[in-house]
Design a protein. Structure first.
Length: 285
């Protein structure tokens, strides 16, 4: 994929410090579930915390990781669920295949409704404003995305997740997040713009470790990428690492003039995110 989908609204490491230094620290807070433990793995959710290496490529895993950010191999309980999958590199991590299945099931349901002659979204349809049976009680109905292009589906679902998150409706954001990530998976191998969008989805629903992994990948490819630095700083804040967050913001301030001069489409689409991060760093956008 050469470029990420165009958004209708704005959304709103490689050098990040490890969550442990390899010593026998007194304790560490799991970035995935918040439990405190002194072991190599979280006693609450089983996430790797310190000194754990990938079984596929021997790369040291970041604390709370669900997937290796070097080769994409699943970690811990995720690996057990994926056994036999051949170690195929990941593109996005929230729910993987489950997100695609949810998306396909939703689209299929919309198409079936059209073939049956049921109006979709029209005022005369008594069911148009009701949530489908598969949605949690009180959840708004999903948008009709069956006639959209794959890029439009990804963009529309991204916007919905971000909107719910900004409104503080995390249950709704978390319900649509797997569908949004699945939509990005269906676009093919992600470019850096798509990785930022997926990282923002993770961050919006509280999965800071996965957001950081997406930022890692972006910055490994382009160390001065503004979106990667914005996402890395946001993830570091969420993970309780203000020193790392400040470092990313310093890099953002230094890189912004030259990067913005490139006139990249993704910088224009996420101008608000970049401006907000620059203001937080004490710089003028």
């Amino acid at each position: 994929m050469s470029a990420g989908p165009t958004h209708y609204i704005d959304a709103s490491m490689s050098d990040h410090p490890s969550s442990s230094s390899g010593g026998a620290a007194a304790g560490i807070t799991c970035p995935r579930c918040g439990d405190s433990t002194a072991g190599r793995y979280c006693s609450g959710c089983g996430a790797p915390l310190r000194g754990v290496r990938c079984t596929q490529c021997d790369h040291e895993l970041t604390a709370g990781a669900r997937f290796c950010n070097e080769c994409g191999a699943p970690v811990g309980a995720v690996a057990a669920a994926s056994a036999g999958g051949g170690g195929e590199p990941h593109t996005v991590r929230l729910v993987g295949i489950a997100g695609v299945v949810v998306l396909l099931a939703f689209v299929a349901g919309e198409v079936a409704g059209r073939r049956a002659g049921a109006p979709l979204g029209g005022a005369a349809d008594p069911q148009a404003s009701a949530a489908p049976a598969s949605l949690p009680a009180g959840m708004p109905a999903a948008p009709d995305i069956s006639s959209m292009s794959p890029e439009e589906r990804a963009s529309r679902l991204f916007n919905r997740v971000m909107s719910y998150s900004e409104q503080g409706k995390l249950d709704s954001a978390r319900f649509f997040a797997p569908m949004a990530v699945g939509a990005y998976q269906m676009l093919g191998p992600p470019d850096l713009h798509a990785r930022y969008d997926v990282g923002e989805i993770y961050a919006a629903v509280g999965d800071a470790a996965s957001a950081r992994a997406e930022a890692d990948t972006i910055l490994a490819a382009q160390p001065t990428n503004l979106l990667g630095l914005v996402l890395a700083a946001r993830a570091a804040d969420a993970l309780g690492d203000p020193s790392a967050a400040a470092g990313y913001r310093r890099r953002l301030v230094a890189a912004a003039p030259a990067e913005r001069a490139k006139g990249l489409k993704e910088y224009a689409e996420h101008a608000r995110d970049i401006d907000d991060a620059l203001r937080k760093a004490g710089a003028t956008p």
